[in-house]
Design a protein around this ligand. Structure first.
Ligand SMILES: Nc1ncnc2c1ncn2[C@@H]1O[C@H](COP(=O)(O)OP(=O)(O)OP(=O)(O)O)[C@@H](O)[C@H]1O
Ligand SMILES: [Mg+2]
Length: 352
């Protein structure tokens, strides 16, 4: 049984040990800084998680989970750097020098198909690895995919703050993002829902759509969303050939078959994430259909009947309460509030 020790450092100690280079990102729970270790010279990303938003137990769970998955070449590696400051819990990760996937998706255009396929392959393997360990990421989105080069030849899945074990009951947070599966959008807030790998499969389907188009397919998978409703009507009608929903006209029949399986409304009918691998050999976007779909949209727009597709934006869940604290099973203990120099927690305690 591995024990985790978190040492306390003052801001001055941190500055003494690490040279601050830049801020890499700001998330719901804190920030990520690029630093260099002053004596070893190694660059690393330090993730600062604000104490008033996250309990120690949840922070240690994220750290230990990331560590347990780090053996996959498609998952970000954690370093043996773990400490707390006055207001944050902090851990070190390998630095991804090319930023995140969101930054390189050209809005309303999308990425070249070959790049999308490289991402599908690597992310599919990362998620399949997690799913084989009965873990569900629950926050698959381009902001959580880190790049080691701008061509996406080496990418890694990151941010395991929401990861839970299959079968765990979690509460639904208020608000949804475009990657949220319909069964979660509908879930009763009090009862919550059971975590399944199909949640990641849905988000992965939405992510592939975003990469190929530079738009969201919808803002929320809810009947009140016109784009989602159009897609659902088409699905319910048995996905008839030739009458595709407006956002989907550019795709080949093979791509539409793939999306059908990833974005099945019933979670139990959704395919496994590795089922996309067999579609990578097919053409996904048809140039001919893309041009025809642009022409049709221009005409529709001039008659003002066409809804504008939802432009990509960075997505965060809007709940003021941290979803990291949501599960009754993972309530924090009073011990988290201790301000001791050294806090010990066993990996088994913090495991999901
Ligand atoms: N190892 C890293 N190398 C380079 N950039 C990173 C690294 N880790 C994080 N980032 C950047 O910082 C951003 C926020 O990181 P992360 O997703 O881990 O934090 P978060 O607070 O959990 O975010 P959110 O909850 O909003 O998804 C990422 O989207 C990415 O742009
Ligand atoms: Mg994130």
């Amino acid at each position: 049984m591995e024990a985790l020790a978190i040492t306390s450092l003052s801001a001055a100690d941190v500055a003494k040990q690490y040279e601050h280079i830049s801020e890499l990102g700001k998330g719901t729970y804190g920030k990520v800084d690029l630093v260099a270790h002053r004596t070893q010279g190694t660059k690393m990303a330090l993730k600062f998680v604000t104490k008033n938003k996250t309990k120690l137990k949840s922070f240690l769970r994220e750290y230990s989970l990331t560590g347990s998955l780090s053996c996959s070449p498609f998952i970000i590696k954690v370093l043996d750097v773990l400490f707390e400051t006055e207001d944050s819990y902090v851990f070190g990760q390998e630095y991804a020098p090319a930023g995140d996937l969101f930054d390189i998706i050209p809005p309303q255009v999308g990425l070249p198909e070959e790049m999308v396929k490289r991402c599908m392959q690597q992310l599919g393997l990362a998620l399949d690895f997690m799913h084989s360990k009965n873990l569900v990421h629950r926050d698959v989105k381009p902001e959580n995919v880190l790049l080691f080069d701008r061509e996406c030849r080496r990418i890694k899945l990151a941010d395991f703050g929401m990861t839970r074990r299959v079968g765990c009951r979690v509460k639904r947070v208020s608000g949804t993002i475009p990657y949220t599966a319909p069964e979660v959008c509908r879930a009763n807030r009090a009862e919550g829902f059971l975590v399944t790998t199909s949640l990641d499969v849905w988000a992965f389907g939405v992510l592939v759509f975003c990469m190929l188009t530079g738009n969201f397919p919808w803002e929320a998978a809810l009947p009140t969303d016109a784009f989602y409703e159009e897609f659902r009507r088409w699905q319910k009608a048995g996905c008839p050939v030739g009458t595709y929903p407006s956002q989907w006209r550019r795709f080949t029949d093979d791509a539409l078959r793939m999306f059908q399986r990833l974005l099945s409304a019933e979670p139990e009918k959704r395919c496994g994430v590795k089922d996309v691998f067999c579609f990578i050999k097919y053409e996904l976007v048809s140039e001919l259909r893309r041009r025809a779909s642009h022409r049709a949209k221009r005409n529709e727009r001039s008659r003002t009947t066409c809804l504008r597709p939802a432009p990509l934006k960075r997505s965060v869940l809007s709940d003021p309460l941290s979803p990291r604290e949501e599960s009754g099973q993972h309530q924090t203990s009073g011990r988290d509030k201790n301000k001791s120099q050294m806090v010990m927690a066993t990996a088994i305690e913090i495991c999901v």
